[in-house]
Design a protein around this ligand. Structure first.
Ligand code: PBE
Length: 303
């Protein structure tokens, strides 16, 4: 059973549910009936519905608002991932336009018909991967854990299957089920390691479902090998700090090369980089498929 150490959680989880920032009642339907895309910009009130201030995607979104001249006068409404998803759900129920700071893999793409807006300037980067870092000295201190963590890797389909299962059952149970159904892959990760007797290890992660799924799977595999595992969810920058200072042992939740680039640059000298555990992530402006717009460049500046 993983123990979540709540003391250092610095998550900005707010229960504030955003009112859908998409203009007044009775705005023209965004299902492509109105002409042109100016209505889209007006209808979303020149506003991007965002997430937590401390995330990489918030930094990328702010940079995007700077880099695209046609986004002059636009604002980012920061709140939380919960708030963004509530606003997205509300807008879709009313078939209203909305533009959110979004990423994949994420269950929202299975729940709704969504699309990324094209990003011709590439301000959101390209293919992202989820990268593993461990503290200096882990290999010497906990060689068996180091080897398992270094060997860990899986595909988009794997992480999506755990995350989608966790919509109906606890993440811990979804992870345990995945492990049971993928014993061959788990055997590859633990090959050549020895069981230990209760040695402690702390995995530092972030709050998102993909990172919780990753940490639960790796944590349970380490527990099967005899480790006493603590999972500590924190904000992204705190995660980098905790591994760099040696307070945490391992993190499998960094998004690179773009999302967390600024945090990586600040702490990379004090991190042991074990490379990607998964590739195929993507960040960008996400809209419901019913919106008659395909590129960031079609948005209009606020006059
Ligand atoms: N995310 C999901 C996080 C990392 C994982 C893209 C919202 C971020 O932007 O920091």
């Amino acid at each position: 059973m993983q123990k979540f150490k709540l003391s250092t959680i610095l998550l900005g989880l707010t229960s504030a549910i955003l009112l859908a920032g998409c203009g007044n009642e009775g705005e023209a339907k965004s299902s492509g009936q109105e002409s042109g895309t100016t209505n889209v910009s007006e209808a979303v009130n020149y506003t991007i519905t965002g997430v937590e201030p401390g995330t990489g995607i918030t930094q990328l979104t702010k940079n995007t608002l700077e880099e695209y001249e046609n986004l002059e006068g636009w604002e980012l409404q920061e709140s939380s991932t919960v708030g963004m998803l509530a606003a997205l759900d509300d807008a879709i129920r009313r078939e209203e336009p909305i533009i959110v700071s979004g990423w994949s893999p994420h269950w929202k793409f299975a729940a709704y018909d969504l699309k990324f807006l094209e990003d011709p300037k590439g301000t959101f980067g390209g293919v992202e991967h989820i990268q593993t870092f461990v503290r200096k000295g882990l290999k010497e201190d906990l060689p068996n854990a180091y080897k398992i963590i270094d060997s860990f890797n899986w595909e988009i389909e794997d992480i999506e299957s755990v995350v989608s299962a966790s919509q109906d059952i606890p993440m811990e149970e979804a992870a345990a089920n995945w492990i049971e159904n993928n014993r061959d892959q788990v055997a590859e990760w633990v090959e050549g390691t020895e069981k230990v007797d209760g040695k402690s290890i702390e995995i530092v992660l972030t709050q998102w479902d993909t990172e919780r799924a990753t940490a639960e799977v790796v944590g349970q595999v380490l527990e099967e090998q005899g480790f006493k595992v603590t999972l500590t969810p924190v904000d992204p920058v705190i995660m980098f700090q905790s591994i760099a200072t040696g307070n945490g042992d391992a993190s499998l939740a960094s998004w690179l090369p773009t999302t967390h680039a600024s945090f990586y640059e600040e702490y990379k000298e004090d991190l042991i980089d074990l490379g990607p555990s998964l590739t195929g992530g993507k960040n960008g402006f996400v809209v419901p498929a019913y919106m008659d717009i395909d590129s960031i460049e079609e948005l209009e500046p606020k006059r």
